[in-house]
Design a protein around this ligand. Structure first.
Ligand SMILES: Nc1nc2c(c(=O)[nH]1)N[C@H]1C(S)=C(S)[C@@H](COP(=O)(O)OP(=O)(O)OC[C@H]3O[C@@H](n4cnc5c(=O)[nH]c(N)nc54)[C@H](O)[C@@H]3O)O[C@H]1N2
Ligand SMILES: Nc1nc2c(c(=O)[nH]1)N[C@H]1C(S)=C(S)[C@@H](COP(=O)(O)OP(=O)(O)OC[C@H]3O[C@@H](n4cnc5c(=O)[nH]c(N)nc54)[C@H](O)[C@@H]3O)O[C@H]1N2
Ligand code: SF4
Ligand SMILES: [Mo]
Length: 748
């Protein structure tokens, strides 16, 4: 059936894409050239270096981009003075060069047209593409109000376009890194300690004596400095306790691996709390001085013994006691890691709360080897007029639901894009920048409905990803190696800033997002918000305010400042005011109670898979980031497709063999579009299967990634939304196996 907005496989793009020359690509692949770069051999004499910070994931490691005597980008290495990477990039960061050389890149603005063979894209000038977007922004503003235009973003482009949207009058700005990622832990920790965790997490892994990872798969999840610190901590004899239904890389390095039954972590956490209170293993002085609600908590967990948890989690009572004691032995230098992608089962804020409570009992918040007090550099904004006050925002679309959502939830704005008479506030148009929604959002059908309903979609991306196929206009952004962006001010042990600057001219007709935002702003009469000619001006002004300059930062890349707000850790016997209702660390949350939620976490059972179905769990591979790197020539070389981890017992039951390709069908009858390779391994529980997220691309313009592996997102149709903050729990899905091509079956 033809829909208003067909998914276009961007046929018009093939020629434009090819135009950026396979020669770039072959250059990046040339081993001799890379060998020549050996620092000792060449001394980098012919090479120039430019500071950058990485955009391949959100750890934002600072590095140097090197160009050769022909001004060609040849290598990226870490900046030794940067605490995010300590001079070493992860494989993805090194491979970031492949983003620049990818011969499938978008290189021209594109506009959707109705041709005689259906819808297609045609190339357009920047002027035409920007005029079209600004006229739609005007139209939406006149017809419905600017609030009806939403921005979905992830990464640097979002900051520039976010400024444009706020100036235009819309705060309906959202990123999947909240309600599809770390939102629940921010709320779980904020309701306990009065402040969220943020990124990078202030985990003092470097000095910890015990690190507890609840499904957090550091080592595959490659958050650079954290992985480095974990490896050092292991060398120094720290105990690692990993709770994971799969023998992850972290689990394989751990003293204790607890192969928990998926979806039952909250019971384990409550049993640990029970042991720590019953055996009086908690940090007495810290608990007395700093916490609120200890008596209520003691009573609450009274019956939640390790024996109780054993029946739920399959983890033996002995092991629960032993690991609890191990944590207490290390206290306060112990970290129950908050995790990052925590939208699992819909009770995720409460699971995060239990983790926060455990940290509080062990006295690790604000202590060496636990959580340090982070600081970030404060760099003033370039002057601009106040933003107008919008008449409504994303929160008004939620009808009082998810009261503790701290940021806009992407799923909420997608729902608000599907028209219904009772909806007072509706989203009518989207701009999407740096997020590949079809592979990122669960419940594809809802997303499709929303994308069909809205009147206009503009997409800002570097690649022809699935999302670009739904665009009315596509703006091609140049990669992070070809542009300036905002100064990085992420928190750390000491405040740091980092600069990103271009190391090469933008390929083809690509432009940076700051330029697009300014161009659109100027067209919308918002010139005062963009009172500069180029971004160097903004950066130099900002850097001058903090006693530096663009010139200085171009030379050094990162700069450290002194801490402003006291020491890294609490001092012994210090009284502290926490930003909660009681001014204490709340073991009993007065805020949750006031909003009608359980003030202390309660375990509830989650549904079991039907017979012959297995729990679908997913995670990361060290050499890829989500769906954004699967087509990257350098990283594709390292891992071309995902595979499906199946326990040998299950493989035998089904007669499945190593390397055989199978299809997956979920509980709602949805079948994976592409087959996936079987990996038979003891490293996964029999009741679960595991796959790496980000594969199974369906856009043919991704010449390397198309059809390689399967997409977990396609199979995530059942979502359990967290009632506290609106996060989409995505792990309540079950799959079974099809050994024959289902399309062949359907056609025969
Ligand atoms: N099924 C499933 N869904 C998930 C997850 C999962 O594990 N499984 N993980 C969740 C998590 S934790 C997160 S944080 C989100 C991440 O969600 P996303 O950030 O949407 O992830 P990507 O798939 O990497 O999509 C990034 C998009 O940005 C584009 N891009 C890359 N660099 C640039 C740039 O410099 N400029 C512009 N304009 N575009 C660029 C890429 O081409 C791609 O289209 O996904 C969530 N969704
Ligand atoms: N290489 C690489 N690194 C990345 C990223 C990337 O794309 N690539 N993305 C970054 C981002 S944005 C995020 S949010 C993080 C995500 O990284 P994490 O926060 O570490 O990831 P999760 O996806 O929550 O966890 C995946 C692990 O949870 C286990 N698991 C599944 N179900 C359960 C369960 O019920 N209980 C327990 N205890 N464990 C379970 C899986 O077996 C797997 O090992 O990674 C970051 N780092
Ligand atoms: S962890 Fe790796 S991909 Fe992420 S910012 Fe650092 S180098 Fe880049
Ligand atoms: Mo994430």
């Amino acid at each position: 059936m033809r829909t208003r907005r067909d998914f276009i496989k961007i046929s018009a793009l093939g020629t434009a894409g090819a135009a950026i020359a396979t020669s770039y690509f072959s250059l990046a692949q040339s081993p001799s050239l890379l060998d020549n770069l050996d620092q000792k051999k060449s001394g980098f004499k012919k090479f120039k270096r430019y500071p950058t910070y990485c955009e391949v994931c959100f750890w934002k490691c600072a590095g140097w981009t090197y160009t050769d005597e022909n001004d060609k980008i040849v290598k990226i290495i870490g900046n030794e003075n940067d605490p995010h990477c300590n001079g070493r990039l992860c494989p993805r960061g090194t491979g970031g060069i492949g983003m620049y050389y990818d011969n499938n890149r978008l290189t021209k603005p594109l506009i959707r047209v109705n041709g005689k063979d259906g819808q297609t894209f045609r190339e357009a000038s920047w002027d035409e593409a920007l005029n079209l977007i600004s006229s739609k922004m005007k139209e939406v503003s006149d017809k419905y109000g600017p609030e009806s235009f939403a921005l979905f973003n992830h990464g640097s482009a979002g900051h520039h376009l976010g400024h444009l949207f706020k100036a235009y009058g819309s705060t309906n700005i959202t990123a999947p890194s909240y309600a599809q990622c770390r939102g629940p832990r921010e709320v779980g920790f904020a309701t306990t300690f009065g402040g969220g965790v943020g990124s990078p997490e202030p985990t003092d892994i470097r000095d910890t004596r015990c690190l507890v990872l609840i499904g957090s798969h550091l080592g595959e999840n490659m958050h650079n400095s954290q992985v480095q610190e974990m490896s050092d901590a292991i060398d120094k004899g720290a105990t690692i306790i990993t709770v994971d239904p799969r023998l992850s890389v972290a689990a394989s390095k751990s003293k204790f691996w607890l192969p928990i039954k998926p979806s039952t972590d909250l019971a384990l956490l409550l049993a640990w709390i029970n042991v720590i209170i019953n055996e009086k293993l908690y940090d007495r002085d810290y608990v007395e001085r700093h916490t609120y609600g200890f008596d209520q908590l003691s009573k609450h967990v009274e019956h939640m013994t390790p024996e109780w948890a054993y029946g739920i989690t399959t983890i033996k009572p002995d092991l629960i006691r032993k690991t609890a004691r191990e944590m207490a032995d290390a206290s306060p230098s112990v970290i129950i890691h908050p995790g990052r992608h925590v939208t699992w089962y819909g009770d995720d804020t409460q699971r995060s709360r239990a983790m926060a409570i455990l940290n509080a009992l062990l006295g690790s918040w604000g202590r060496r080897g636990g959580f340090y007090f982070k600081e970030s550099a404060s760099v003033p904004h370039f002057p601009h007029p106040h933003y107008p006050k919008p008449k409504w925002s994303w929160r008004d679309t939620l009808d009082g639901k998810y009261p503790l959502a701290g940021l806009a939830i992407s799923n909420g704005l997608i729902d608000a894009s599907i028209p219904a008479p009772e909806k007072k506030h509706q989203i009518k148009a989207w701009m999407v920048a740096g997020t590949n929604l079809p592979l990122t959002m669960p419940q594809k059908e809802t997303l499709q409905k929303a994308m069909q309903a809205v009147e206009f979609i503009a997409v800002v991306d570097t690649m022809p990803m699935e999302i670009t196929g739904y665009a009315d206009v596509i703006l091609p952004e140049c990669t992070y190696l070809e542009r300036y962006d905002d100064i990085r001010t992420s928190p750390n042990r000491e405040p740091y800033i980092a600069l990103r600057m271009p190391a090469a001219e933008p390929v083809g007709d690509t432009k940076p997002a700051w330029w697009m935002a300014k161009q659109l702003g100027d067209r919308l009469g918002l010139n005062e918000y963009f009172a500069y000619e180029n971004f160097e001006e903004v950066l130099d002004w900002q850097l001058n305010q903090v006693g530096s300059s663009l010139e200085e930062m171009q030379k050094i890349g990162v700069k450290k400042f002194n801490r402003q707000f006291g020491p890294l850790y609490m001092t012994e016997g210090e009284d502290m005011e926490f930003n909660t209702n009681t001014g204490k660390i709340e073991l009993y949350s007065t805020e949750l109670a006031a909003k009608g939620f359980d003030p202390m976490p309660v375990f509830t059972k989650h549904p079991e898979p039907p017979p012959y179905f297995y729990r679908l769990i997913y995670g990361r591979a060290p050499m890829h980031t989500f769906s954004r790197t699967s087509n990257n020539p350098n990283l594709h070389d390292l891992k071309k497709e995902n595979d499906i981890w199946i326990n040998p017992k299950v493989a035998q039951l089904w007669g499945l063999k190593k390397d055989q390709y199978i299809w997956l069908k979920n509980q709602d009858g949805v079948v994976s579009k592409f087959p996936i390779k079987v990996r038979v391994t003891e490293r996964i529980r029999w009741d679960s299967i595991y796959m790496v997220h980000g594969f199974g691309h369906s856009d043919k313009l991704l010449s390397r990634a198309y059809g390689k592996g399967a997409s977990d997102s396609d199979l995530i149709t059942n979502v359990k939304v967290d009632p506290i903050m609106g996060g989409t729990g995505m792990r309540g899905n079950f799959v079974t196996f099809l050994t024959e091509d289902p399309e062949k079956e359907a056609n025969s």
